[in-house]
Ligand binder design. Structure first.
Ligand code: SF4
Length: 265
């Protein structure tokens, strides 16, 4: 299958599956989304959504968060991963927003990555979700799913390499949606362990599935192929099955012999 066809089929199916392509993080404005995305590193959206209402209530603006103390922020996010670093990042991010960006979340990747706790992936999420810019954030789901389906080459071993290949082939106007499609597919169907291939409509498109199917067929064929050991077992079974009839014939001929002998006498 040509790469262009693979992209077309995969994107069309994902579009059908996930007509509502949006983040599962709860937020009301760009500042809240930025806080939520910083907290979501190595943590589930579900858990982040459990702690953000209290943060947004106590620190509704970057100004309030910049004035917050480490201990107070830490107390609110202690149940999520890396609360120590994330508390520092949230306060540092809010301080820089106030100092350099007049309290507004900038909407370019170059500016966003200057903020503490904001890397390329987070900057891509903010710009694509808020501004629908054609930026692809590559998280663990996007990385795994795009490789399994065969949208990117096996040589793409870093998130940046995967991002570049996806951007090159996905139509610009679909990139911000494709990001969510790949995440949702990876979260619910094409899971890291035991992907639910039986329920997936990408079987004829997916390289991972086709390789696994080919392997299973080869294994089945090999198990049915005659081997010297299997031949010997088969011959023994045939011999055993024919033995009673042969013995019976022998018995009959033995029985008839004395009769013939008596006639002669
Ligand atoms: S067929 Fe399986 S491995 Fe391929 S995309 Fe679907 S769920 Fe993932």
């Amino acid at each position: 299958m040509k790469l262009a066809d693979r992209y077309a089929k995969a994107l069309s199916w994902l579009d059908e599956q996930f007509p509502i392509a949006e983040t599962e993080l709860s937020y009301g404005n760009p500042y809240e989304l930025l806080v939520a995305v910083i907290l979501s590193a190595q943590c589930t959206d579900k858990r982040v959504n459990m702690v953000t209402p209290a943060i947004f209530k106590k620190y509704p603006t970057p100004e309030k968060l910049a004035a917050g103390t480490f201990d107070d922020v830490f107390a609110l996010i202690r149940s999520i991963s890396y609360p120590n670093n994330k508390s520092k990042h949230l306060i540092g991010m809010a301080e820089l927003l106030m100092e350099k960006f007049k309290g507004e979340v900038p909407l370019t990747v170059e500016e966003l990555v200057q903020l503490p706790g904001v890397g390329r992936k987070t900057a891509n999420v903010i710009t694509s979700v808020i501004d629908q810019q054609p930026n692809m954030a590559v998280d663990t789901h996007v990385f795994r799913v795009s490789k399994r389906i065969g949208l990117v080459s096996t040589k793409a071993t870093t998130p940046l390499a995967v991002e570049k290949q996806l951007i090159q082939h996905i139509p610009r106007h679909l990139v911000h949606k494709a990001h969510h499609w790949l995440i949702l597919h990876g979260r619910y169907l094409c899971t890291a362990r035991n992907p639910k291939c039986a329920a997936c409509g990408l079987q004829d498109t997916c390289k991972f599935y086709q390789a696994a199917a080919k392997k299973a067929t080869a294994k089945k064929t090999a198990s049915q192929k005659p081997t010297p050991q299997r031949n010997a077992t088969k011959k023994a079974a045939v011999k055993k099955a024919t033995l009673p009839r042969a013995s019976a014939q022998k018995a009959v001929s033995k029985k008839s012999r004395p009769k013939n002998n008596s006639n002669k006498g």
